[in-house]
Design a protein around this ligand. Structure first.
Ligand SMILES: Nc1ncnc2c1ncn2[C@@H]1O[C@H](COP(=O)(O)OP(=O)(O)O)[C@@H](O)[C@H]1O
Ligand SMILES: [Mg+2]
Length: 348
């Protein structure tokens, strides 16, 4: 039986990929690490959703959970569902889950060597990926690998197909990993810090490649990064994550020009602006994110927040609509943040 048989992948009604109230906790000697703590979002065809937050905010764990890469134990999943076109992945038989993960949802990582095996030729690995999910012969799979290497902009694919990962430069390896992720025409690509290890020039090339592929294939991209600056020209919408939760969500314009959570405002204020010569004006956020085994009471950001009051410690602020256009923020002082931002824009 085809694993996709009872999934109508062309049904337009449901979002392409939806994560609902996802919680991923780890039992450790230091207590329960609440790596992901009630996260919901969705992404549609051809759209880029960015998930942004400092290191240790639960971004990778949420992505890996979608792909079934988080082992339980040590992880527990106190709540949550993952839906592909409205059908729950978690309620499907294991075998069907596995088929959809990897075929319809693929992932690329910061380090291509997590996906590419150093002892096999690049072309063979891509061909193998094709054959894992499609009933095709070796020759057809190899032909497809060749096309994919060309599509991701690797020069001389006929030569490169027979080389090993160590014969590729960092940028070329990243392209090869992208080719592997695209081998089965996934509908969703989860890109976890895809350019973090690369220098800025190669970074721009890889982002341009992802945009080009997205346009030609209408792939949805979930772009996960600690770098808010990177997503400005690539994301349609942004979720800002802090301490295992989404603290602000909205269109890229809303997040960049009308932030309403103090954390987002802090991230924006610490961004180096290309058009700005006086870089000493940058104000990084004080301190570091909390250990997810000991998340501060109330708003998890309050110990680092210049707007914090007693109210912020009393209860976790709910993620609420702040502008009626899908813009949500979980901040008691969202109005004040809005005003401080007006000032920043006026004097920036
Ligand atoms: N297997 C595990 N056991 C315990 N804690 C874990 C495990 N995997 C991840 N974590 C913790 O989950 C938190 C979120 O990690 P991660 O999702 O990798 O953050 P990000 O990608 O935002 O930098 C971190 O505090 C990390 O230490
Ligand atoms: Mg990560």
């Amino acid at each position: 039986m085809d694993g996709t048989a009872d999934i109508d992948l062309d049904s337009p009604a449901a979002p392409l990929l939806e994560v609902r109230d996802l919680r991923v906790h780890f039992k450790t000697d230091f207590g329960v690490v609440k790596a992901v703590d009630g996260v919901s979002w969705s992404v549609n065809d051809g759209e880029t959703l960015a998930i942004v937050g400092e290191s240790g905010s639960g971004k990778s764990v949420s992505a890996m959970t979608i792909l079934g890469l988080i082992q339980s134990p040590p992880a527990t999943f106190p709540s949550g569902d993952i839906l592909l076109r409205g059908k729950s992945l978690l309620k499907m038989p294991e075998k069907q889950q596995r088929r959809l993960r990897g075929k319809e949802i693929a992932m690329i990582f910061q380090d291509p060597l997590t996906a590419l095996n150093p002892v096999f030729k690049v072309g063979d690995q891509i061909a193998e990926m094709v054959r894992t999910h499609q009933k095709v012969g070796k020759l057809v799979a190899k032909r497809r690998a060749l096309d994919l290497l060309g599509e991701v902009g690797i020069p001389n694919p006929a030569v490169r197909i027979n080389q090993y990962p160590h014969e590729f430069s960092g940028g070329m390896r990243q392209r090869a990993m992208i080719a592997m992720a695209l081998a089965n025409d996934p509908q969703v690509l989860l890109a976890d810090e895809p350019t973090t290890a690369l220098d800025v020039t190669v970074q721009a090339q890889i982002m341009a490649l992802l945009s080009k592929l997205q346009e030609s294939r209408n792939t949805a991209i979930v772009l996960i990064t600690h770098d808010l600056g990177l997503v400005a020209s690539h994301a349609d919408r942004i979720n800002v994550m802090y301490a295992g939760k989404i603290v602000e969500a909205g269109s890229t314009n809303e997040i960049f020009y009308r932030p309403r959570h103090a954390y987002t405002f802090g991230l924006l204020s610490s961004l180096a602006r290309m058009d700005h010569r006086r870089q000493e004006r940058l104000t990084p956020i004080k301190g570091v994110p909390p250990s997810l085994a000991r998340v501060p009471k109330g708003c998890p950001f309050h110990p680092r927040c210049r707007f914090a009051t007693d109210e912020c410690i009393a209860a976790v602020p709910p993620l609420e609509s702040v502008a009626g256009n899908g813009h949500l923020a979980a901040c008691v002082h969202s109005d004040q943040v809005g005003m401080a931002n007006e000032e920043r824009l006026a004097h920036g």
